[in-house]
Ligand binder design. Structure first.
Ligand code: PSV
Ligand code: MN
Length: 396
């Protein structure tokens, strides 16, 4: 690979960090059941340890996303332990995710609930999440709402929109100057008739109504089939409203498949839009690249390492697009040459360059192999198998 391209790859990887989710290491499943893994993390200490291991192997995941309900069962009281564990494992707490969907009170929604006391309880939970984030030094509060309805006529859609505006604005007021709020959208599930924040346009309007530090979060799994996600990304960039990503891949719906497993070209195109924007306007800081995957078939640690490695590869490929040439071809309407700029970059084997980047940073050239050789999984299996087996239900 020519030096100039090598430099582009190094530069892109130096600037690329991706956050891993605490929930990606715990036993999760589908609504039909869980297949338990003996080495799965059973508590926050183990999740932090797994995340720290992924970071030490890849050098690209310095922060861990935390879910308040699952990782802070005692709320704010758990902050000192989380702080201590993160430091112990060489990572930092990342985005803080309130949970506005599991409590029984949320049957008819949280911020969109017709009962004022439920909206108040939801607000109180987000306020506490903001305080947790402040104490942990976390920049982003990441909000996803299961709110919606299943039957026509059962919800006042416009009224709920206004409640959302009010509540999000109230949350925004509580942010400190360096904090942001990310508003995530999803077309359906668990609600199947209407979802209060169903697409990026709704998220954008609500974020604008909330305040200037509210941005949109794009979960790549939260789109209808064939949706052009990179166009959404390009528009949000242009509007200065792109807050970050939840990466995963999908075939049908919110499948939580590993990034790039179904359509790596789509992830490449998303990264290309970001890099093209940066090439024209200067580097964008603050895009939170996060993974939102709960693996229930693949080994959790391997799936996470595979995801990070794939993300790095696709980011590196996107860095190879000849953007100056592309701009000329686009202006001249030279369709084949323009498209070829993307295809050439996408089909370049960047793995040797990434190995060189890793070596230059004192990292294992093959993080997956290094993980397999490390004995970490065997140790985790020994230490956690009994605790995990205790969760099993067998119908045999
Ligand atoms: C919902 O499907 C979602 O994408 C939200 O980001 C949640 O916080 C996350 O998944 C939890 O699994
Ligand atoms: Mn998500």
């Amino acid at each position: 690979m020519p030096d100039r391209q090598m430099e582009s790859v190094f530069d892109a990887l130096d600037r690329f960090q991706i956050e891993i989710p605490s929930w990606g290491f715990a036993n999760t499943g589908t609504r039909f059941g869980k297949f338990l893994q003996a080495a799965a993390a059973t508590n926050l200490a183990e999740k932090m340890s797994d995340a720290g291991m992924v970071h030490s192997l890849t050098g690209a995941c310095p922060t861990i996303a935390l879910h308040v309900e699952w990782d802070f069962p005692r709320g704010e009281a758990d902050v000192p332990e989380a702080e201590h564990l993160a430091a112990e494992h060489g990572i930092a707490p990342g985005s803080i995710n309130p949970n506005l969907f599991q409590d029984q009170i949320y049957k008819l929604g949280s911020f969109g609930n017709p009962r004022a006391e439920v909206r108040q309880a939801a607000l109180a939970h987000v306020y506490e999440s903001i305080r947790i984030a402040q104490r942990l030094g976390s920049r982003d509060i990441s909000l996803w709402f299961a709110d919606g309805s299943n039957y026509p006529g059962t919800a006042n859609i416009r009224q709920r929109k206004r409640w959302f505006e009010e509540c999000l604005h109230a949350c925004h007021e509580r942010l400190s100057a360096n904090q942001r709020m990310l508003v995530e959208y999803k077309p359906f599930e668990p609600a199947f008739y209407h979802t209060d924040i169903a697409d990026w346009g709704m998220a954008l309007l609500l974020a604008r109504a909330a305040g200037e530090r509210a941005k949109v979060l794009v979960d790549t799994g939260h789109h209808y089939a064939a949706q052009n996600v990179e166009q959404i990304v390009a528009w949000l960039l242009d509007e200065n409203m792109l807050g970050g990503f939840h990466f995963n891949d999908r075939r049908y719906a919110d499948d939580d498949l590993t990034l790039g497993s179904i359509d790596p070209y789509q992830v490449f195109r998303i990264f290309h839009e970001i890099q093209m924007f940066e090439w024209e306007r200067g580097n964008v800081t603050g895009i939170a690249y996060m993974i939102d995957q709960s693996h229930n078939l693949k080994g959790k640690m391997e799936a996470m390492i595979q995801t990070v490695m794939t993300a790095q590869e696709l980011m590196a490929k996107a860095a190879l697009v000849d953007r100056a040439a592309l701009a000329v071809h686009q202006t001249q309407g030279d369709l084949v040459r323009a498209e070829q700029c993307l295809k050439d970059a996408f089909s370049t084997d960047v793995r040797p360059a990434i190995r060189a980047w890793r070596a230059a940073h004192g990292l294992a050239e093959d993080p997956m192999e290094a993980f397999r050789q490390s004995g970490y999984l065997e140790r985790a299996t020994r230490e956690r198998a009994e605790k995990n087996a205790a969760q099993a239900t067998s119908y045999a």
